[in-house]
Design a protein. Structure first.
Length: 161
């Protein structure tokens, strides 16, 4: 990438364009253009964004942007082909763990845990106990025959010996 950046810088200088003038025309910051010319890929968060900047810069300098992008893609291929499969799998595993933690759940896809609600059962039991209590009081009142004490007045009870 340093070679590509140096090539872009030399082309800019040979065209007689200052870095501030190029930044104003391309609406890029000076640090972005300096990072492109120095080959500092790590200064950019997104490789695709860097790719677009390089394409725009190449067009601005009057270069064939396809050839410049081919050189950039070649650099990317060489850089990414050095990553081992284990490193890729580890990065993918870490990313999946992060996504699990940050997963947004909508009410339509949210998983609900089934919880048992005891309140209706408590209401039913209390109502049943009250019903049985009231029923007992009513039935005990109905089935009791009042003692007839008026007929027995003056009658003596004799026991058989």
């Amino acid at each position: 990438m340093k070679e590509l950046g140096e090539y872009l810088k030399q082309t800019r200088i040979s065209n007689g364009v200052s870095i501030t003038e190029a930044c104003e025309d391309l609406e890029l910051s000076t640090s972005q253009l300096e990072n492109i010319e120095s080959g500092n890929v790590k200064a950019f968060k997104d490789v695709y964004e860097l790719r677009d900047y390089i394409k725009l810069y190449a067009k601005y300098l009057g270069l064939k942007s396809d050839k410049v992008l081919d050189e950039f893609n070649s650099f990317l291929f060489q850089h990414t082909s050095k990553i081992s499969l284990d490193d890729i799998m580890e990065a993918q595993r870490k990313k999946e763990e992060e996504l699990k933690d940050k997963k947004i759940k909508s009410p339509y896809t949210k998983e609900y845990k089934e919880s048992f609600n005891f309140i209706p059962i408590i209401y039913i039991l209390v109502g049943l106990i009250l019903f049985i209590g009231i029923l007992y009081l009513v039935l005990s009142h109905i089935n009791t025959v009042p003692k007839r004490t008026d007929e027995l007045k003056g009658v003596e009870i004799y026991e058989l010996a």
